[in-house]
Design a protein around this ligand. Structure first.
Ligand code: ATP
Length: 698
C-alpha cells in the first residue's frame, strides 16, 4: 500500500480509537454510584462530536475524486477489479452464475502461481533436500477416519429457520458480539461478558454456542428470521470409490495424510535415518459453509505442506545457526494475553528459542525459513507476524503452534500454519492400519536395561486374541519394571490384568489371564537401540492466500495518473510475464525485429509478451503495468534506421516502477532481461553504465 494511504488509514483508526475510548468514559460515568449528570452530558456531547468527525472523514474520503485510495473497501474493490479484469482469477462457471468458493486462475494467475510454487520448491524442497511426493486427492475413508477428520473436521452451522440459508455459527455470533461490544447502550458488566465470549469464539462447543446465540439475540442477518440450533457440519466432500459404491472416499481436506501413510516407505528410502522431511504440493478441498473474501476462503485450494519427522526429544536442527540471526515479528501467547495494548515484538530466532518462546529449534527453524520465503516473494514484511496459538486453539497433542499471518484489507490472515504435532499422526495411523510406523534409534553406547522374559502359553493366547496375538506378545515383551510388578500383583489378587495402550489393538486394551503367562523372569540385558514413534513438525502453506496478500501488497495506483492506471509491483521472479516487447510502429521491419528479440528471450526461458497493437506506447505500458510486467522493450527508429534517424541497433528498456528507460544493444538485450528477471541483478546496478533516455510516452 502506498505510504500516503496508510497515513490516512491511521487517522481514521485514531478517530475510531477516540470514539471507543469516549464510549468507555460515558459508560464509566453512568456506572458511577452517584452519577454526575453534567459530566455525563458533556461526555455524551464529546462522543457525538467525535462520531460526526469520524463519519465526515469517511464521507470526505469516499467523495473526493483524486487518485488516492480512500478506504479499505475501496482499495479492495480496486485490487479485485484489476485482478478480475486482467484474468488473474475469475469465479468458476461464471457463465452459469458461478458458485461460492470456487475460482479459476486465468493466464497471469496461473503464471504467478507457478512462480510462487517454483520459489517454494527451490526454497524448501531443493535447499532442504526434502523428499517430495504426490498423492491422490481422492482419499480412502479409513485414512481420514484414523486421522480424526471423519469425526471431528467440522464447523458449527446454523440455518435460517424459513429460507434454510446456512451460516457459520461462529461468524454470526462474532459479528453480533462486535455490534454489542461497540454499542454505547451495552452495560459495563455485559460488555465484559461479551468480550469474554468473543475471545472464546472458536472454542465454543455445540451447547455453549446454542446458549450464546440465544443470549446475544442472533437472527438471520438479512431476513431477521429465527435461526436453527447450531449443529456440526463436516467440511469434507464425500464420494465413493469404484462402481460398486462400497468404498467410502473423500476429497482430501489437506495434503498431509498422504505423507503420514507413506512414512514407512519414506524412512526406508532415506536409509532408515531421521530426521527427514517430506513435502507435497497439491489440491485440498473443504466444503466451507460460508466461503468469502475471494481467494482467502475457498472450497478448493492449493496447499504446500511439509512433514518433518524427527526424534521426539531431540528437536535441535543441524542448520539452526543459519537462521539464528533472522529477526522475526512474534506475537507470542504472552503478548496476546497481556493487559492493555497487545502487540507483537521483534526478536531474533535464536533468542526466541533460548527464552523458550518458540518450543524448539526445528519449529523455530521453519518459522524463520517461512519468514525468508515470504520476504523473497515480495510480501511487505512490515505486515507479517507470527502468532502463537493460544492453549485452547491447540490440539491436546500439539507441543507448540505458530501461524504466519499477513495483514491485508480483510485484516490479519493466517497464510501458513506451523505446528509441532508430536507423534499423534503416526500413532493414529499405526493403530488403525496395524502397521508399525516407528523408527529405530541406535544409542551412542549400549545401555543396560532391565527386561522381563515372559514365557507365554501361545495356545491360550492365540484362542483369545487370534490375529492380534502378535500385538499382545509385543506388549508383554517390552514391559518395564513397574508394569511387570503390577501384572504380578494383579495375577496374585484377581488372576488377570489389563494391559493398556497396546499398539495395534482396538481401544488399546487387552485383558491377560494368569494362565496365558507361564513364567516372568527379570533379567538385565545390554541394548544398543530402541524403536520409537517420531514427532512431526508441520509447516502448511496456503498458496492462494499468500498470493492474494501479495497482490494487495504489490498493488498501487500511480500518483498523478488516471484512476485506471493500476500497477502490480510484483518482483520479477513472481511476475507472470517478465517482459513486453513493443514495436513503436506496426510495420513489417519493426515487427520482424520484435520477433527476433522475442525468440532470443524465449530461448533463455524468459516469459515474454509481444504487443503489436497500434495503440499508443503510454497505453501499452499501462496495460502491462496492471499485469505486473516489470520490463518493456521498445523497438523504434534507432533500432532499424529511418530517413531522419541513423540505425544504431539499440532498443529502449523501461522499468515498471521507476518508469526509467535505458538504451541497450539488441544483441545484449535478451541476457540483460534474463538476468534482471531471475532477481539476481537489480535494475540500478544493471543499468549503471547504460544510456538513460527521456521518457516521453508517460
Ligand atoms: N478454505 C481455505 N481457502 C484457502 N486456503 C485455505 C483454506 N483453509 C485453509 N487454507 C490454507 O491452508 C493452510 C493450512 O491449513 P489449516 O488447516 O492449518 O487451516 P485452518 O487453520 O483450518 O484455516 P482457517 O482457520 O482459516 O479455516 C492455512 O494456513 C491456509 O493458508
Amino acid at each position: 500500500m502506498p505510504e500516503e494511504e496508510s497515513k490516512q488509514e491511521l487517522d481514521i483508526d485514531h478517530l475510531q480509537d477516540l470514539v471507543a475510548q469516549q464510549g468507555d468514559t460515558v459508560r464509566a460515568l453512568k456506572a458511577d454510584e452517584s452519577p454526575n449528570q453534567a459530566a455525563i452530558s458533556q461526555a455524551i456531547e464529546t462522543l457525538k462530536q467525535l462520531k460526526i468527525d469520524l463519519n465526515a472523514e469517511i464521507t470526505r474520503r469516499k467523495a473526493s475524486g483524486d487518485s488516492m485510495i480512500k478506504s479499505k473497501e475501496d482499495f479492495r474493490v480496486k485490487v479485485a477489479n484489476s485482478l478480475e479484469s486482467r484474468l488473474f482469477y475469475i469465479p468458476s462457471f461464471k457463465i452459469y452464475g458461478g458458485v461460492g468458493g470456487l475460482y479459476d486462475y486465468g493466464p497471469p494467475g496461473c503464471a504467478v502461481k507457478a512462480n510462487v510454487q517454483k520459489i517454494w520448491r527451490q526454497h524448501f524442497v531443493i535447499e532442504e533436500s526434502m523428499l517430495e511426493v504426490e498423492c491422490p486427492s481422492v482419499t480412502l475413508g479409513t485414512v481420514l477416519k484414523a486421522s480424526g477428520h471423519v469425526d471431528r473436521f467440522t464447523d458449527l452451522m446454523v440455518k435460517d429457520a424459513k429460507t434454510e440459508e446456512c451460516f457459520r455459527a461462529d461468524h454470526l455470533l462474532g459479528d453480533r458480539l462486535e455490534e454489542l461490544i461497540a454499542d454505547p447502550a451495552t452495560r459495563k458488566d455485559e460488555k465484559a461478558e461479551f468480550e469474554m465470549l468473543y475471545a472464546r469464539l472458536d472454542e465454543l462447543k455445540e451447547e455453549e454456542m446454542k446458549m450464546a446465540l440465544k443470549r446475544c439475540g442472533c437472527v438471520s442477518p438479512e431476513t431477521k428470521n429465527e435461526l436453527s440450533d447450531p449443529y456440526p457440519f463436516n467440511l469434507m466432500f464425500p464420494t465413493t470409490i469404484g462402481p460398486s459404491g462400497n468404498i467410502q472416499g473423500f476429497l482430501r481436506p489437506e495434503t498431509a495424510q498422504g505423507m503420514f501413510v507413506n512414512f514407512r516407505e519414506l524412512l526406508y528410502f532415506n536409509g532408515g535415518k531421521l530426521p527427514f522431511a517430506c513435502a507435497q504440493i497439491g489440491q485440498s478441498f473443504r466444503n466451507e459453509i460460508a466461503p468469502r473474501a475471494g481467494l482467502l476462503r475457498v472450497r478448493e485450494f492449493t496447499q504446500a505442506e511439509i512433514e518433518h519427522f524427527c526424534h521426539p526429544t531431540k528437536k535441535d536442527h543441524p542448520r539452526f545457526n543459519e537462521v539464528a540471526q533472522v529477526e522475526l515479528n512474534l506475537f507470542s501467547q504472552e503478548a496476546q494475553l497481556q493487559a492493555g495494548k497487545k502487540e507483537p515484538f521483534r526478536m531474533k530466532t535464536g533468542e526466541a528459542v533460548e527464552k523458550g518462546i518458540i518450543a524448539n529449534e526445528t519449529l523455530a527453524y521453519f518459522v524463520a525459513r517461512t519468514h525468508l520465503f515470504l520476504k523473497e516473494l515480495g510480501v511487505d514484511m512490515q505486515r507479517v507476524r507470527f502468532r502463537q496459538h493460544l492453549r485452547h486453539e491447540m490440539a491436546h497433542y500439539a507441543q507448540d503452534c505458530w501461524d504466519a499471518e499477513i495483514e491485508c484489507s480483510y485484516g490479519w490472515i493466517e497464510c501458513v500454519g506451523l505446528a509441532d504435532r508430536s507423534a499423534f499422526d503416526l500413532d493414529a495411523h499405526s493403530k488403525a492400519s496395524k502397521v508399525d510406523l516407528q523408527a529405530y534409534e541406535l544409542f551412542d553406547e549400549p545401555v543396560e536395561e532391565v527386561i522381563f522374559e515372559v514365557k507365554m502359553n501361545k495356545q491360550i493366547l492365540g484362542k483369545s486374541f487370534k490375529k492380534d496375538q502378535k500385538f499382545v506378545i509385543d506388549a508383554l515383551t517390552s514391559l518395564d519394571e513397574a508394569a511387570a510388578a503390577k501384572i504380578e500383583k494383579d495375577f496374585e489378587d484377581k488372576g488377570e490384568t489389563d494391559l493398556e495402550n497396546v499398539q495395534g489393538i482396538d481401544g488399546g486394551k487387552a485383558t491377560i489371564t494368569k494362565d496365558m503367562v507361564i513364567e516372568m523372569k527379570k533379567k538385565t540385558k545390554k541394548v544398543s537401540g530402541r524403536n520409537f514413534t517420531p514427532s512431526v513438525i508441520e509447516p502448511s502453506f496456503g498458496i492462494g492466500r499468500i498470493m492474494y496478500c501479495l497482490f494487495e501488497h504489490a498493488f498501487y495506483v500511480r500518483e498523478g495518473d488516471d484512476e485506471n492506471k493500476a500497477v502490480f509491483k510484483l518482483p520479477p521472479q513472481v511476475a507472470p510475464i517478465k517482459c513486453t516487447i513493443f514495436p513503436l510502429v506496426n510495420n513489417a521491419e519493426m515487427n520482424a525485429a520484435s520477433h527476433d528479440i522475442y525468440k532470443s528471450l524465449t530461448k533463455l526461458a524468459v516469459s515474454v509478451k509481444l504487443d503489436t497493437t497500434a495503440i499508443s506506447i503510454g497505453k501499452r505500458y499501462c496495460r502491462t503495468d496492471e499485469l505486473g510486467v516489470p520490463f518493456a522493450i521498445t523497438i523504434d527508429h534507432r533500432t532499424i534506421g529511418h530517413t531522419s534517424t541513423p540505425k544504431d541497433g539499440t532498443v529502449t528498456v523501461r522499468e515498471r516502477d521507476s518508469c526509467e528507460q535505458v538504451r541497450i544493444k539488441v544483441d545484449d538485450v535478451a541476457k540483460f532481461i534474463a538476468d534482471l528477471s531471475s532477481g539476481e541483478v537489480e535494475w540500478s546496478r544493471a543499468t549503471a553504465s547504460l544510456e538513460k533516455v527521456l521518457n516521453t510516452a508517460e
